[in-house]
Design a protein around this ligand. Structure first.
Ligand SMILES: [Zn+2]
Length: 380
């Protein structure tokens, strides 16, 4: 199966995709070729994640899944409101193909092998990504062919890929169940929230960034819990409770950070922070790592005695080193470090006071029985 989107919606969704400037369409026909096979896998995995959370939260709304094939290989995902209590998640197939390619290349680096205690033999990497800086080089890494890491390495890569896609899908689900589409954009009667959707309206961007932070935190909360409950191929017998916790968090941290890192195309610039409707990837990375510390301090999740600061920091440093090693471009690791030191007045206060302002509206229409995050600032 490639999609469960009812036939009547395929045309309007294809039009929406075109209107948004993408050369893509809903994958519906099984041609028996590798694209169709991969599309079926993406659909199955996405459906699994959606069904699990629907069941978990007892959501009654219909949420369909459609895979988009896009000739430009754009990395994109979208939440769409189709009708009352009927929604759709669009996942660009290229997002998953590119994630798979970059994860294979990152895992082949000495930095990642050391971090995960993977076998030291390196796959032979003939091509190295290039670009004028670390952001362009990381972007081009995802367009190279995926490399073979051997049985264990490939298995582990698939595990990281699943977690990256789980995070992406849960982020989209977050937009739907937390009521964000009430303040989404509408084209031809369809309301949507697109990832990477530049706008020049600073006020709109602050609202949108508040929604992005909320969707990120929603995804992070569930992904952390799911990751902690999963055994993976590199887990060894006889590990202590703390080691198991850290060992299960590391693959999630690495895959989640590797996706967010790919959203940055230039060094962090606080002057242009609200020129986009999405916070810079590094700001989102920093926010989610901080959210995990809050989960620990508020004991929302039992992390045993795991040192989350060390695990998160090490994952971020490893990712940065792996990008340098895989691309040959030295990153200097700057963006996340800059994001961690942004004063509250510059990002948190404007974004979270906007959250407080839209909170009553979202709270009234959210689909989820769970409480929304309580406002921490005066509405503005
Ligand atoms: Zn989003």
């Amino acid at each position: 199966m490639l999609t469960d989107l009812p036939n009547r919606w395929v045309g309007p969704i294809n039009e929406l995709v075109k209107d948004l400037g993408y050369n893509g369409m809903v994958l519906v026909a099984d041609e028996g070729d590798p694209i169709s096979d991969f599309g079926k896998l993406v659909f199955k995995n996405t459906r699994h994640v959606v069904d699990r959370i629907i069941d978990h939260m007892k959501i009654t709304a219909k949420i369909h899944v459609a895979v988009i094939v896009d000739s430009a290989q754009s990395f994109q995902a979208c939440a769409v409101e189709l009708d009352d209590d009927e929604f759709c998640i669009l996942i660009w197939m290229a997002a998953l193909i590119r994630t798979s390619a970059s994860l294979s290349r990152l895992l082949a680096t000495p930095a990642a092998r050391e971090f995960f205690a993977l076998e030291p033999e390196l796959a032979s990497v003939s091509e190295v990504a290039h670009g004028e800086n670390t952001f362009a080089a990381y972007d081009s890494l995802s367009l190279l062919p995926r490399i073979d890491l051997g049985d264990v390495g490939n298995d582990f890569r698939r595990y990281l890929e699943f977690m990256a896609s789980e995070w992406l899908v849960l982020h989209e689900i977050g937009h739907i169940v937390q009521g964000h589409l009430a303040v989404g954009k509408t084209v031809n009667g369809l309301t949507y929230i697109l990832e990477q959707d530049p706008s020049v309206d600073r006020d709109y961007n602050i609202t949108s960034q508040a929604l992005e932070v909320d969707a990120d935190c929603f995804a992070n909360l569930f992904c952390v819990q799911y990751s902690l409950g999963r055994h993976h191929i590199l887990e060894r017998d006889g590990a202590s409770h703390d080691e198991v916790v850290v060992g299960r968090l590391k693959p999630y941290l690495f895959s989640m950070l590797s996706v967010l890192r790919s959203f940055d195309h230039s060094p962090l610039n606080l002057e242009t922070l609200f020129d986009s409707d999405h916070p810079p990837g590094c700001v989102r990375m920093s926010y989610l790592l901080a959210q995990m510390l809050t989960m620990q301090s508020e004991t929302t999740i039992d992390f045993k005695g795991a040192n989350l600061v060390e695990a998160g920091g090490l994952a971020a440093i490893t990712l940065e080193r792996a990008i340098s090693e895989a691309t040959g471009v030295n990153s200097q690791g700057g963006n996340l470090l800059s994001a961690v030191s942004i004063p509250d007045e510059v990002f948190r206060k404007p974004v979270l006071s906007r959250w407080a302002k839209i909170y009553p509206e979202l709270n009234a229409i959210k689909l989820s029985p769970f409480k929304l995050a309580r406002p921490q600032y005066e509405p503005a």
